[in-house]
Write a protein that binds this ligand. Structure first.
Ligand SMILES: [Zn+2]
Length: 308
């Protein structure tokens, strides 16, 4: 390259760097605890936000492997979206404390708690944490309920508008588009699962109750005796009796749960084990919340259809 052209190229590169820097700086840095929350944040924030999730799609949201890099990510965040209802109790509080970031401290506009405004199911009347139960404030696995997600999306849009008032109209517009798509998809998912209303299912953890409630499925039992307590032989023997008595033919598992245990129970009951991750990115071609739900509903309908 001739010196003059070189100079021109360098100048252009510099302009590009400055421009990129400016647009990156203008974006709100959003951290979501889990990819499902991150996906909804992307839909609402569009190009005005950058989103990272702390948990991997294949990780148990109750037991995420906390890393020093998470502290750095949280330290730089403009907003944090958490599931709440103590979903992340086992790993998020120490990360937050070390991140020393007042923008995402409790009560700040940058702190978004998804469970706020959600009608939580299974709120215990009395609770003894020593028994190991991890659902102390009610069931925190509500993201697979489209009606709850509508509330969460509104909550996220409202917080984004507070943090970044200049782009409030954009967040509102994105929320409108998200809701329209959610309504259309919800109708599709209802239609696909309608033939299986009343179908009896078994899950590993108590993580499908909102889906069952919304789509009219009946959960017979869980392989875990209590949320967060590993299945015991005595409990599994009871589950097998119940499955045979109720003719439950599918066992739902997520990637971080013990599939081998589920397979053992399935062999003794003539049931199938269905892989139904709840996080976008865990199954192929599921980058968004909509892809995730499409895949989940389809796997469930296919599994229940085969068993009919
Ligand atoms: Zn749980």
């Amino acid at each position: 390259m001739r010196p003059r052209n070189l100079l021109k190229a360098a100048a252009l590169a510099l302009i590009a760097i400055v421009a990129t820097g400016a647009s990156a700086a203008a974006q709100i840095r959003v951290v979501a605890t889990t990819p499902d929350l991150g996906s909804v944040a992307k839909e609402i924030g569009g190009d005005k936000v950058s989103v990272v999730a702390l948990a991997k799609p294949t990780e148990d949201p109750h037991y995420v492997d906390a890393k020093p890099s998470h502290i750095v990510t949280l330290n730089r965040a403009d907003a944090l979206i958490e599931g709440g209802a103590e979903l992340e109790l086992g790993w998020l509080p120490p990360l937050l404390e070390n991140s020393r970031n007042s923008r995402i401290s409790a009560g700040a506009p940058g702190r978004i708690v998804a469970s706020e405004g959600i009608k939580l199911l299974e709120i215990p009347t009395s609770f003894d944490r020593s028994k190991g139960d991890v659902h102390s404030l009610g069931n925190p696995h509500f993201m697979i309920d489209p009606v709850s997600v509508r509330i969460i999306a509104r909550n996220i849009a409202s917080h984004f508008a507070q943090i970044d008032p200049q782009n409030a109209a954009t967040y509102n517009g994105n929320l409108g588009r998200f809701n329209a798509k959610l309504d259309a998809k919800f109708a599709e998912w209802q239609k696909e699962l309608a033939p299986y209303r009343g179908a009896r299912i078994v899950t590993y953890h108590k993580d499908f109750i909102y889906l069952a409630d919304r789509f009219g499925l009946t959960i017979v039992d869980e392989l875990e005796p209590k949320p967060g307590i590993a299945p015991s032989p005595a409990h599994l023997a009871q589950v097998i009796i119940k499955m045979k008595a109720t003719n439950a033919k599918v066992i739902l598992v997520q990637p971080f749960q013990n599939r081998r245990t589920a397979e053992t129970v399935a062999r003794q009951t003539g049931a199938s084990v269905l892989d139904v991750p709840q996080q976008p990115g865990a199954a192929p071609n599921t980058t968004s919340y909509f892809d995730l739900m499409d895949s989940l509903v389809h796997t469930l309908a296919t599994g229940l259809g085969t068993q009919k």
